[in-house]
Structures are given as structure tokens and as C-alpha cells.
Design a protein around this ligand. Structure first.
Ligand SMILES: Cc1ncc(COP(=O)(O)O)c(C=O)c1O
Length: 382
């Protein structure tokens, strides 16, 4: 009798010393931001990106808000984002009063299409935000080749920590990159994020924005004798309890990445022999791109088949999900852009994509059950 136990879409796992570190964070008393665990996480992320600095935030959305503030975008400016992404890629820039311009994605990596960006460039464009979808690097070289010098690149790297394009880590191409440690990501701490700074020139102001608009950091560095209100900002800092959790996860980087790669490769083994017959497309990894293995998706032959697959899997106790609803046609997207956009690849992909269960604790048996169910449903069993 095959197992009918539910297979969850996502599951957080304890990978190392998280519980011990959380306890220590509480016991040692510095539980707010910029405590001892935060410093260790920052060190690790600075080294991973060879960054000028890293600021731990309460979310990737916060980190992107900081980049919008640091770029001083506002009314009269435009920011190009993919339509196929989460709201957070666009919202921070819209909130600053910039007009959002929606670009289409490439059909292979599902990341920004440089040709679409090139079509949308005009002198009002101040920044382009790119997403490495599923942790697979987008065509950053193509993007750089179409961007004028005065247009800043920001990487929404919510999916891509430790992924690479050739030898260069994702998150090191733009002036800023933003990470997510939300419970659905590869390395988690409940809610969390980080802003990665490539340039020294951004360090001082970034810390002022981070510390509620004050020069508190200069005070602690002994540069001023008291700190005071200097600029705009907010309370963006991650608590040291969350940083303790995150350190426990990041210390197991190699183990986590290996587990996720194994899950991805196992799905590829299951589906590569049947994909053509069933009309399925598997994720594509262009040469030179080393993924962060954030998720595994299938592109179904039609939206009807995708919806039938979602329902059939649910009936069998397997939670799979669709992904982004295109931003260009969402009410919020229309509110923050001044014209209608055509993003045909985005519309097509959004209707046909299904994400399969993917987490560190997924077993080979679970994956075999998922694969068998997909085949059965697409062959006509409800
Ligand atoms: C591409 C992308 N950017 C940003 C976010 C938001 O991350 P956070 O919840 O850490 O703000 C998500 C969330 O899933 C995402 O997929």
C-alpha cells in the first residue's frame, strides 16, 4: 500500500547549532541588532561576497527599501523590474515615488531579458532590479551590456545566495544586492534579510538609514561624541536572536547546498526520461551558471494541465504550488506604472509553472511518490 502521508511543499530544518546559539544569544543579553551573532553572520556574508559591507535586516524587502533610499529614487525617476517576480522587487521603489517599468523574462532562466530591458530604457530610468529566479543566475552579462553607465543595477538575490556565474557569486554584480532568510528560503531565520554593499562610498549612509536616520555607528566607532538625527531611515536591523539562528544555518552551508542539489538532481533523474512524452519542460541551467538550488519547477504543456496537476497532487496529499502572478497585470502594478505592458513570456510561464515540494528533509521515497503522481495525473488519472 503506497504511503498517503502528506508531503509538504516546504519544511524548515535544524542543520547545526541553531538552538544552542539562540539560547546563548538570549543569555548573553544583547538581543537587539548588531550583537555578537550578527557580527559573525556579517563577517561570513562579507567574505562570501567580497563585499564592502553587509547589513542584516528584518527581510529582503527591507534590504531593497534601503537600496531605494540609498539611490534616492523618487518622483520623475523610473525603475525597471521583471514582471515575473515577487511584489518586494518593485514595491520599495514604488513607495519612494518612482515609476515602475515592467520588463519581460527570458524563457530559459526566467530571469530578466536584456532585450526587453533595452527596449524600455530612457533617460528617466535610474535603476534596474534583477532576480536570479530559482537561484539560477540570469544573463547579467547581457544586462550590463545594455545598461548605460548612469543606470544602477540592483540584484534581488532572495533565491540565489552561494549561486555563481562562472567564478563570480550571485549578488556581486550590482551596486546593491538583497538576500532573504524567510522560512521559505535556503538559509532561514524566520524572517530576515541582508543588504550587500559593493562600494565603500555607500557604507556611511547605509548605516545612518539603518539606524533610524542617526549616526549611531559613528558614535560607537568613537568618531563623534554623541549621536543625533542626520537623515531619513528606519529601524531595519535584525535581532541578534534571529542572527544566532541564521549563523547556525549558514555554518552548515556545504551540507545544506549538497542536500538541495541532491533533491534537484533526483527530480531531474525522475523527469528527464518522461518530459518529452508528457510535454514538460525542466529548469534550464546555462553553461557556467552554478545554481543555489532554491527550488524545482516544471513547465506544463498548458495552464489547464498545470491546474489539473496542482489539484491532482493536492488530492494525493502532495502540496505543490504555482508561483508569481505577473506584476504588470496586478492592480498594484498598474497603479505604480503609467502604461500597459506586454510581457508575453511572463504571462505564458506564470500560467504553466508548477513548483514541486523542495526542502532539506525531502526523502528519495517522497520524491519518487511525487514523480509517480505527476506522471499518473498527466497521463489522465484524476
Ligand atoms: C524574488 C523575491 N524577492 C523578495 C522576496 C521577499 O523576501 P522577504 O520575505 O525576505 O522580504 C521574495 C519572497 O519570496 C522573492 O521571491
Amino acid at each position: 500500500m503506497p504511503s498517503r502521508d502528506p508531503i509538504r511543499f516546504n519544511q524548515t530544518t535544524i542543520e547545526g547549532r541553531e538552538l544552542d546559539y539562540i539560547r546563548r544569544a538570549i543569555e548573553q543579553g544583547h538581543t537587539s541588532s548588531s550583537g555578537p551573532f550578527s557580527h559573525k553572520v556579517v563577517e561570513l556574508l562579507v567574505a562570501a561576497h567580497n563585499a564592502a559591507d553587509v547589513l542584516l535586516t528584518t527581510s529582503c524587502t527591507d534590504a531593497l527599501e534601503m537600496s531605494a533610499l540609498l539611490l534616492d529614487v523618487g518622483p520623475g525617476d523610473k525603475v525597471i523590474v521583471p514582471s515575473y517576480t515577487f511584489v518586494s522587487t518593485a514595491l520599495p521603489f514604488a513607495r519612494q515615488g518612482a515609476e515602475i517599468v515592467f520588463a519581460d523574462i527570458e524563457p530559459n532562466t526566467l530571469a530578466l531579458d536584456p532585450a526587453s530591458v533595452a527596449d524600455l530604457l530612457d533617460p528617466a530610468v535610474r535603476a534596474v532590479v534583477t532576480v536570479h529566479y530559482a537561484g539560477i543566475g540570469g544573463d547579467v552579462g547581457g544586462l550590463m551590456s545594455v545598461l548605460p553607465d548612469d543606470v544602477e543595477l540592483v540584484e534581488d538575490n532572495a533565491h540565489g545566495l552561494f549561486g555563481r556565474i562562472d567564478d563570480k557569486p550571485l549578488g556581486t554584480f550590482g551596486r546593491f544586492s538583497a538576500l532573504s532568510f524567510h522560512e521559505t528560503k535556503n538559509f532561514v531565520c524566520g524572517e530576515g534579510g541582508a543588504l550587500v554593499l559593493r562600494d565603500d562610498r555607500d557604507i556611511d549612509r547605509a548605516h545612518i538609514l539603518y539606524d533610524k536616520g542617526t549616526n549611531r555607528r559613528s558614535f560607537f566607532l568613537g568618531r563623534v561624541d554623541k549621536y543625533s538625527w542626520q537623515d531619513t531611515g528606519s529601524s531595519f536591523g535584525m535581532s541578534d536572536v534571529s542572527a544566532a539562528y541564521l549563523l547556525g544555518q549558514l555554518e552548515q552551508k556545504e551540507i545544506v547546498l549538497a542536500k538541495r542539489k541532491a533533491v534537484f538532481d533526483t527530480y531531474v533523474e525522475h523527469f528527464s526520461g518522461v518530459a518529452e512524452r508528457l510535454g514538460l519542460t525542466l529548469p534550464s541551467i546555462p553553461p557556467g551558471r552554478v545554481p543555489a538550488y532554491h527550488m524545482f519547477y516544471l513547465l506544463c504543456p498548458s495552464p489547464t494541465m498545470r491546474d489539473a496537476l496542482l489539484a491532482g497532487l493536492m488530492k494525493r496529499g502532495i502540496t505543490a504550488t504555482f508561483h508569481y502572478v505577473p506584476l504588470h497585470s496586478a492592480p498594484g502594478g498598474r497603479k505604480f506604472s503609467s502604461r500597459a505592458y506586454d510581457c508575453p513570456t511572463t504571462d505564458d510561464i506564470s500560467g504553466r509553472l508548477i513548483r514541486l515540494p523542495f526542502h532539506n528533509a525531502l526523502t528519495n521515497q517522497d520524491q519518487a511518490r511525487v514523480a509517480q503522481a505527476v506522471v499518473e495525473i498527466l497521463e489522465g488519472s484524476p
